[in-house]
Every structure is written in structure tokens, then in C-alpha cells.
Ligand binder design. Sequence first.
Ligand SMILES: Cc1ncc(C[n+]2csc(CCOP(=O)(O)OP(=O)(O)O)c2C)c(N)n1
Ligand SMILES: [Mg+2]
Length: 420
Amino acid sequence: MSVLFRSLQSKMGQNVFHCILRRGKYKVNNSNENTPLLQTPPKSDQTQGERSASTEAEFSVKPCDLHRLDKGPAEKVKISSEEVLKLYREMQAIRRLEIASSTLYKERMIVGFCHLYSGQEAVCVGMKSMMRPQDSIVGSYRIHGWAYSFGVSALGVLAEQTGRHSGISRGKGGSMHMYEKNFFGGSGIVGAQVPLAAGVAFANKYKGNDGICYGIYGDGAANNGQVFEAFNMSALWSLPVCFVCENNLYSMGTSVNRSTASPDYYKRGDFVPGLRVDGMDILAVRAATKFVTEYCTSGKGPLLMEIVTYRYSGHSMSDPGTTYRSREEVADVRKSRDPILIFKQRVLEAKLVTEDQLKALDKDVKEEVDEAIRKSKTDSFLPDEELANDVYVKNLEPEIRGNTPFDNYKPRTTVTPINL
Ligand SMILES: Cc1ncc(C[n+]2csc(CCOP(=O)(O)OP(=O)(O)O)c2C)c(N)n1
Ligand SMILES: [Mg+2]
């Protein structure tokens, strides 16, 4: 097998494969031998990186695979201890939030759809940390982590799922429908994030507000037709948009090799330049986002960024996630490539922060999420008549129909609309 793999690799370039073919299946490669993008980053950069002071250190990140680009993101990145603490706290909070979501679901406090983000934290936290205030995202249904990164509180995320008043959409949206300023939230139409992001980027260009829009879609969504229509129009109009394929190696119960004839997602824009980034290394994600900002603000048009990551849970709460992959595979990733663990090891070894500082943050996060859990169980539900409020920015009809033609509601605007 390794002979076949090496010959494929030499045909297709050094950094092409993020999975290896074994017994007819893509399998997550833990050998680290042939898959530079999914290798664990160096444990410590003390040999390669230099600490300029105890408050800042330099780290190496793996080079990205590039498509139609002469130059990629920086391979040396500096980070301060203050930033490290912020990133660590945010990733831990998202991990805890997802554990809480899962528990609340099992307790039947949350019903309906619920898609967890555990394993992918470095993507949203890393990207958001490098985005500017005028930049925005359009996300999919796997949205809790993104919502938290954009400033939705732990309570806003959890109470939205339990359908309570304090939810970010006041309990009317649930797991997939969370929004904030410049966060055009989640929705369940696979692939639709891509043309929507192109639309937001078109508006940005029209208004001249210098904003970049990021459309976040999955490896499964990448095969959807509307994605290619949006690529074409964005390139024609040189829109400031970055299409971000969060490749977590599975779409529902289907692995990449079963769903996708060409798993080089970063090349799938053809005429749209692309890069492939290690999504388990938050420092690589940050360097890539900085590169995207420079590229997309230079008027060169769209860019495609594939971020290779992994989801620990099943597709949604109804999927145990173990029928199409082995428990060992998940355990191996948790042990060797977990984005929080890797980051923690690197910053501790570089002596940027101390074990005690990280422990204090763990405690702080636990308290925040525990309090949010408590309130998301006890908070009130909205009354029925609230169903019709804030549906339209401008209500054109005097009444909105309820469950039957006999219980109509008079719609009102009760919150200030955002992202118009
Ligand atoms: C247009 C459309 N087609 C199919 C579905 C059903 N569906 C929901 S999630 C999903 C898989 C998407 O996988 P991926 O894009 O890899 O995202 P991930 O769940 O891994 O984040 C599919 C096919 C849908 N919701 N919308
Ligand atoms: Mg996927």
C-alpha cells in the first residue's frame, strides 16, 4: 500500500494527501509519514522558534498546499501570552459548550436538530481572532462554536437550544439559527452558504465598506452545484469573498473518498486560487486568515481556503458516529492531533504561559458554562403570540397566520434588526 501511496503522492505533489487509502477506505493517517498537513506540529519550537521575551514567542507552522498562488501564508508566526490565553479560553469554552449541548439533548431539554463542533474549535477561534470588525461570515448548521466566537454568550447558545427567552434568537431558532453582528448565522441548506457569502461580498463591494465575507461550507457541501455557480460569479465580479471548506473528512455518514472524486477541495475552484491549511493547528489557521485578508482586500477577487479538521461527534445527535469509522480512529485523533491539546503543549513548552494560568481558565470556563446550563433549563419560554414578532423587518401584512386560520397574530418589531 505504501508503494501505491508514494507513487500517487509523487504524481500529485508533496502535500496533497490528508488521508491515506487503506483497504479501499480513506483512513485518518496517524503515521504522520506522508501527510504533512495532518502531522502533529513540532511539540516545542524552542529549537526553531525564539522567545523574544516571556510575553511573546515565535512558532513555525507547516506550509500550506497552494493552487494558483506563488506565495502562501507566513511559516513563522509570533504570538503574545495574552493572545494565547484568550484563544485557549475560547477553544475550551466551545468544547465545554458542546459537552453541555450533548448532555442537555440526552436529558431532552434540547429537541430537534443538534450538530456538534467538538474537534473543529481551532477553525472558528483561529479565523475569528484574525478577522477585522468589517469582515463577516455565513455559516452552516454546525454553528455553536462560530456563534460563541462572534460574541454570543454561553447562555445565548445553550438557551437558544432549549428554546428559552435568553437564547440569542430568543429561543425561536434552535441549534442551527444563531446570529450576531456580521455573523449571518447558520441554516440547514447544505451549500447555500457559498452563494449567500458571494451576495454579502457583492454588497460589501457595492457599499465600499472594505469587508471580506467568508462562506463556511463542508466537504459534503463542496459537491453541490450552486457552489460552482457562486465561484464563477465571484470571480467574474472580483468579489472580496473567501470560500472556506471546513473539511472534517465526513459528510453525514459518508467519508471523503466515498463522496468526492477529487478530494483536493482547495483546487475545486479551478480558476479561483486556493490553499489548504492544517485546521488542527490554530496558529496555522491564524496565519492563513491573515494571508486571506491581504489577498481579498487587494482587489484580486475570491480565494478558496480548505481547512482540514475533524469532528469527534456523529453528524448530529441522532448519529453515534461509529458505524462508518472506528472508535480507534476517533481516539487516535483525540490523542495525537487534538487542537486544544496541541496548542496547550506548544505554549507550555515555549514557556509563554504557565500550567496554573491554564487551569485557572479551565475553572473559569466551567463556571461560565455551568451557570449557562442552569439558566438555560429554568429560563422562561416566549408566549405564543411572540411567534409572529420580528419575522419581517417591515411588516406588510396586518396579521400573520398561526397554526390554524383562526388564530392569527398581529406582528410587531420588538428587537433592532442587524446585518441589513
Ligand atoms: C441542499 C441539501 N442537501 C442535502 C441535505 C442533507 N444534509 C444535511 S447535512 C449533509 C452533509 C453535509 O456534510 P458536510 O458539508 O461535510 O458538513 P459537515 O456536516 O461535515 O459539517 C447533508 C447531505 C441538506 N440539508 N441540504
Ligand atoms: Mg464534513
